[in-house]
Ligand binder design. Structure first.
Ligand SMILES: [Zn+2]
Length: 425
């Protein structure tokens, strides 16, 4: 009898969980609030293609919020996703030259492991996903950040020959315009965890191929880092199976670095016409390793073009879904909203009911979750095979024991654009 009651209770609990599975809501902290630049630029503009904003700042906010809804409406989370956003003209990482620019920076603000509800032990999850899996907020502050290059709108000839952002919502940028919504979607997908955090460089105390320090003496891969695989090595190892030195070697092994999810590769057999290797989807692994970009994107050889390739392409449009990106997001642990599949060809721009707004500050609970803060360096940081990765340090949490957060400052994905006389490449 007790067993029966337990079964009924379990069934009710499952039903309740299913009914609660709704698209993720969100909050965007406008980091330009209080200024007259970026997302708060007061210059007047004419409405364009579904974007009713009448100042540059308002148009940027509308377009960015639209991009956030495109992504979050495809994901399920009981915890609203928090995003820090700005349009930045001063960030040296957001460069703009005559023929090349970094259009945006996006990434998780933090990672954590071994939290309540973590599917795998000793694996780092980006905060937004960790919150979704735990069913509760695990840290204060933003889960992801989204910085867009504000230099484009200056119209300077030495910045992409005077290119400007297209703030319309119809996915139809004109000549010499770059789709803001499309770029923001790309960056936000990085922020949801489409991002390798293996160290791509070997400078100073950072060793190429190392994962971030989680606790002294312990380095963990992120859940994304579980999937890259090198087909050219004996035994075709996944990256976590390799030593740091061999993993560093594998970072530029195109075309042999692939995404190793058998389910995803099978699902896309009839979707891709190019960019596969031994039936698996290729990752971006150019001969010269590109900081913040290698491994964290699909290969540009993938056809049809995908939104998570490293270079902007006029052939992709978020109006046709997220393509293969949904596959990777599902593989790393996201539950996809109803109607979103792998690959995502859902033509409804907003799939679920993702709601969200701009705030100047996040509302933190009275008993705060642990703050993602830098932990003072200690000697024990250096007790294994190298220093912290990509500017990542870690911070102990207070609400859970032990929750450790890895603060990844530089592990941001970037979307670059290259241009020549003939246009985009
Ligand atoms: Zn990117």
């Amino acid at each position: 009898m007790i067993a029966t009651i337990r079964r009924i209770a379990t069934a009710l609990l499952l039903v309740a969980m299913v009914q609660n599975a709704s698209a993720a809501d969100f909050t965007i902290r406008n980091l330009d609030a209080g200024s007259t630049a970026g997302l708060s630029d007061t210059r007047r503009v004419a409405p364009i293609d579904g974007n009713t904003g009448t100042t540059l700042g308002e148009q940027r906010r509308i377009a960015l919020r639209y991009a956030v809804r495109i992504v979050t409406s495809r994901l399920v989370s009981p915890v609203p996703i928090r995003i820090d956003a700005r349009v930045d003209s001063d960030n040296p990482e957001l460069s703009c030259r005559r023929n090349a620019a970094t259009l945006g920076l996006g990434g998780a603000t933090n990672y954590t492991a071994n939290f309540p509800g973590a599917p795998q032990r000793d694996v780092l999850y980006p905060l937004a996903l960790a919150n979704a899996l735990a069913g509760q907020r695990l840290a204060q502050g933003a889960d992801a950040r989204l910085f867009m290059n504000g230099k484009l709108d200056a119209g300077a000839s030495d910045c992409l020959r005077g290119a400007t952002w297209y703030y319309g919502l119809n996915g139809t940028p004109g000549n010499n315009q770059i789709d803001f919504v499309h770029t923001a979607v790309h960056e936000l997908i990085h922020g949801m965890g489409f991002q390798a955090i293996v160290s791509l460089t070997d400078t100073g105390d950072r060793r190429q191929g190392a994962y971030p320090v989680f606790r002294p003496g312990q380095r963990f891969p992120s859940v994304f880092d579980l999937y890259p695989q090198d087909l050219s090595m004996t035994g075709q190892p996944r990256f976590p199976q390799l030593t740091v030195a061999r993993r560093a070697n594998a970072l530029n092994h195109a075309p042999f670095v692939v995404w190793s999810s058998a389910i995803t590769n099978a699902a896309t057999t009839n979707f891709l016409t190019a960019g596969r290797q031994e039936g698996r989807i290729r990752l971006f692994a150019p001969e010269v390793v590109r900081p913040a970009s290698s491994i964290s994107h699909w290969s540009p050889a993938v056809e049809p073009d995908q939104i998570m390739e490293p270079f902007e392409s006029v052939e992709t449009s978020v109006l046709n879904g997220l393509g293969l990106a949904s596959c990777a997001l599902r593989d790393i642990g996201w539950q996809l909203a109803d109607g979103v599949h792998c690959p995502d060809t859902q033509t409804a721009t907003i799939v679920g009911t993702a709601r969200g707004q701009y705030v100047r500050a996040f509302a933190e609970p009275a008993t705060p979750a642990p703050r993602a803060a830098e932990r003072p360096a200690t000697e024990s940081d250096d007790d294994d095979d190298g220093g912290s990765s990509g500017g990542c340090t870690m911070a102990p949490g207070q609400a859970f024991d032990p929750v450790w957060l890895v603060l990844c400052v530089l592990a941001a994905g970037v979307l670059m654009v290259r241009r020549n006389g003939q246009g985009r490449v």
